[in-house]
Design a binder for this molecule. Structure first.
Ligand code: SAM
Length: 240
């Protein structure tokens, strides 16, 4: 079967950028106190609800987020489309497992993970394929499991033909918070929190708003039903 073109292009792009991206990644997290606060809250919520919690970092890149979560006491594991990113992550974080893979087929059993983070990786999934990806996140999470998403907020798509001096063909889809929340609800998640960080005119990267969404897969026995695909919500699903 032929691979979708966006996967081939994204893999090639991040293979070319892996080293430079890896060099910048830790400093970016160190300079983002709100991001770290959210990751801490997420880690605390997952740890409180699950013993020995396995947490997936989906689109793990150089492994910075997985390593940060491991430092917060979670059993973190990464998966990324780009073999060069996975090599870099394994080299820099030898105590953490990183696998090459696609987020639409995570290669894990149902309900295998207690938490899942997709930190600026859903932005590479085209609009028509985002629901199946969120469905896959829902499948691999245990009842009561938590998901945390980070993405650039907007309605357009930035296309780059060049980055850090390398020719690439990368699409960065900016996402509307309401649209991502609706995808989560349709998969059966309950959104629990949302944050939009304002653009930082002095920052190098964050010149547009950054969105963060937390959601939970309802615990077994909860009254929340999986939402219907015709737009109807399940019982008790509030707007977040
Ligand atoms: C902007 S980088 C973010 C990396 C990391 N999460 C971070 O914040 O440092 C996006 C990452 O998502 C990965 N990615 C994109 N599409 C993917 C897919 N379909 N499955 C798995 N990983 C994917 C890319 O290879 C890249 O490493």
């Amino acid at each position: 079967m032929t691979e979708p073109a966006h996967l081939t292009a994204t893999r090639a792009g991040y293979d070319a950028l892996a080293d430079r991206y890896g060099e910048l990644s830790q400093a970016a997290l160190d300079g983002a106190p709100l991001d770290r606060a959210l990751l801490s809250a997420f880690a605390e919520m997952v740890g409180a609800d699950h013993a020995d919690p396995l947490v997936l970092d989906v689109g793990s890149g150089p492994g910075t987020i997985a390593a940060h979560l491991a430092g917060l006491g979670l059993r973190a594991r990464g998966i990324d489309l780009s073999p060069a990113m996975v090599s870099r992550a394994r080299r820099d974080h030898p105590g953490i497992r990183f696998d090459v893979g696609d987020m639409s087929a995570l290669g894990l059993g149902d309900a295998a993970a207690a938490g899942l983070v997709a930190w600026y990786s859903l932005i590479h999934v085209p609009t028509g394929r985002r629901q199946e990806v969120i469905d896959e996140f829902h499948r691999v999470l245990r009842p009561g499991g938590h998901v945390l998403l980070a993405f650039q907020v907007g309605e357009d798509t930035l296309h780059l033909d060049e980055a850090f001096g390398h020719p690439v063909s990368l699409d960065f889809h900016r996402l509307r918070v309401d649209d991502v929340a609706a995808l989560l609800v349709r998969s059966g998640f309950e959104p629990t929190a949302r944050l939009v960080r304002a653009p930082d005119p002095t920052g190098a990267a964050a010149k547009i708003p950054q969105g963060f969404l937390l959601a939970r897969k309802p615990a077994q026995g909860s009254s929340v039903r999986r939402a219907t695909r015709d737009g109807g919500g399940g019982a008790d699903q509030g707007e977040v």
